[in-house]
Design a protein around this ligand. Structure first.
Ligand code: GLV
Ligand code: GLV
Length: 322
């Protein structure tokens, strides 16, 4: 009997077409994102799930999916999946690391540059018709903060953090780094998290969101950051306490921030970062190039194909289940 796989969104890439020949494939056609109720219903008789980071696969959802054997998420982050509950049920969980490293590092660096040089603010100024004779140019007109020669602190030295470090060195920055595993990386001076926050003009966050990293950058840690520093987050919103960050930006303790990820996505109307002029905001587009998204989709499908063939997924985050 052909096994049932549910895919929660239409996907780019080539491999999805091959998947259709290997299983009983059911694809959510939208419009929009899959509603949680529809997910529960679809999962009742499925062996496999291919999901996105917008699908919350918590223990309740898993409890109502008695036949589920494997989940492949088209993302590197898997904080939307209750890994402990999945592992307990023997459900293998796959992700898509590697292929999005440079694309995501580019996004983090774009946010860093945009926040330092006030790109979004300046763009709004021009568009809103403010660039006029009486407001034309002055020595202090839209002055920002230098990136070249500044110190960047990278929190989390995984593949993406290391790719950001390479970019920073190309911009003539001094690069400090901290990771829980005290990883040594060429061209990155390993320091404690305290020292990193104290010394860095720019701090960029690149850890996974786990119970240990939730609100790792909280009010107390933000208070130890160098006055006038810039915070960049293209990892996961929950790592940074947004309310504390907004307060530090309002007080002028921090100069600016570049933020791609939020504690609640899509962003809530009352998110305190939403109305601050010195925050560059993007809607979780870290890996968003068409090339990279197609490669992520292909990797996600490869995980499903391997699982259907009774093999270990090539990218599995809980290999203990095998
Ligand atoms: C994107 O945020 C991802 O985890 O792939
Ligand atoms: C991404 O693949 C990472 O490990 O940072």
């Amino acid at each position: 009997m052909s096994r049932k796989i549910f895919v929660t969104h239409q996907l780019p890439g080539e491999r999805i077409h091959q998947l259709a020949e290997l299983c009983d494939l059911n694809l959510w056609m939208g419009p929009g994102l899959l509603p949680p109720d529809a997910l529960r219903e679809e999962l009742q008789d499925c062996q496999g799930l291919l999901c996105l980071l917008t699908d919350r696969i918590n223990s309740d959802v898993l409890a109502q999916a008695p036949h589920l054997e494997f989940i492949s998420s088209m993302s590197v982050g898997v904080d939307h999946i209750d890994l402990a509950a999945a592992s307990e049920r023997g459900i293998a969980v796959g992700n898509t690391p590697g292929v999005l490293v440079d694309t995501t590092a580019d996004t983090a660096f774009a946010l860093l540059l945009a926040a330092a040089r006030r790109v979004s603010e300046a763009d709004r100024f021009v568009r809103q018709g403010n660039w006029r004779q009486e407001n034309a140019w002055a020595p202090d007109f839209f002055t920002g903060k230098d990136v070249s020669g500044a110190t960047l602190g990278i929190v989390g030295l995984g593949a993406i953090g290391c790719a950001v470090a390479r970019r920073a060195r190309g911009f003539g920055m001094e690069v400090l780094g901290w990771s829980r595993s005290s990883r040594e990386v060429e061209g990155v001076k390993g320091v404690s998290l305290d020292e990193l926050l104290l010394r860095s003009d720019f701090v960029s966050v690149h850890t996974a969101l786990t119970p240990e990293t939730h609100h790792m950058i909280d009010a107390a840690r933000i208070a130890t950051m160098k006055p006038g520093a810039v915070l960049v987050n293209a990892a996961r919103g929950g790592i940074v306490d947004e309310v504390a960050l907004a307060a530090a930006l309002v007080r002028g303790d921090l100069y600016a921030a570049g933020i791609d990820v939020f504690e609640r996505e899509p962003i809530a109307d009352d998110n305190p970062l939403l109305h601050l002029p010195n925050v560059v905001l993007t809607p979780h587009i870290g890996s968003a190039t068409s090339h990279t998204r197609a490669r992520m989709a292909d990797l996600a499908v490869d995980n499903i194909i391997a699982a259907l063939q009774g093999e270990a997924m090539p990218n599995c985050v809980n290999p203990g289940v095998y």
